[in-house]
Ligand binder design. Sequence first.
Ligand SMILES: [Zn+2]
Length: 356
Amino acid sequence: MRRLISLIAIFTLITNISVAQEVRNIIYLIGDGMGLASVSMMQLENRYEPTIFDRADNIALQKTYSLDNRVTDSAASGTALATGQKTNNTVLGQLPDGTPLETLMEAASKLGKATGVVVTTYVQHATPGAFYAHVASRHDYATISEQLLYSDLDIAIGGGTHFFDERYGGREQALAAISNRGFAFYQTLDAASASSAPRKLILLADKEIEQRTGYLASATSAALNHLEREGGDSGFVLMVEGSIIDGAGHGNDAEGQQAEMRDFMEAIEVAVAYAESHGDTLVVVTSDHETGGLSLVSSNSDFNLSEQGVEYRWTTDGHSGIMVPVYLYGAGAELINGVIENSELGAKLKAIVAER
Ligand SMILES: [Zn+2]
């Protein structure tokens, strides 16, 4: 009997250790401006059949306020999610006094992991920028462009050619700067996929990517292939942003937000499928803040009547201060739960990366 108990104790110890060691790769998906109402809208569209959100292994809620405001912008919330520390609105990758904060990507690449970002907006935008840049203002695109080239990112996919051209005084000079920093530059996903360059900058548009159908899922697959190869045994960290969910919220455009959410969900499907076929991958899906104060209200307030349908009502053209969800899938999904700060989520992911 005593032997059985000690065997059970050893087994428990081994399984606990293996849970902690299991996370080699992290795929971090951020729906910019995605609130619980955005998710509920997709559940409704899917007639309450399980969506990719409903298939999460674990969930948490995070508080999004910034250091200087109850309602955050994408720079402060991106910084919290990427570095583990809150900062003021507009500030990117550093404290208000200018102290730079180590990002999840910087921590990962120090440990030999490959890192990358995939977005539907420009790669210098606040959310992706929080993962590699350190500037007082998110609007300083020239410096952010330059810092991207000096970062350790192995792949960056999105728009943003315009800001490189502006920073370096023309396309030719921009291309020279990009290649001097060791990046191979591509204007299509196909051209990039055909190349085996170790560092890739794939800019598909001057600013935002306009034709998005299927783009985010294909770009996520392309980034996963690249990072798997470059990261080897050390693994990788990939950030994927559904960037324009936020823009649809600012425009109080329910149909636009549904389209952006569909694209984002396709990318989540790709990430979760990857985690399911590779046992050592943690998928984290969250938002940086809610945009639009969206609510799903009954078309008729008399609940004695049968189904009257719902209306999408927006309460602001800005951001709101409500909590946003965190969905976790795959290895280590049990490591994050409860009601947490946005910065706590960033800090936990850095701790998970450091454990390997
Ligand atoms: Zn916004």
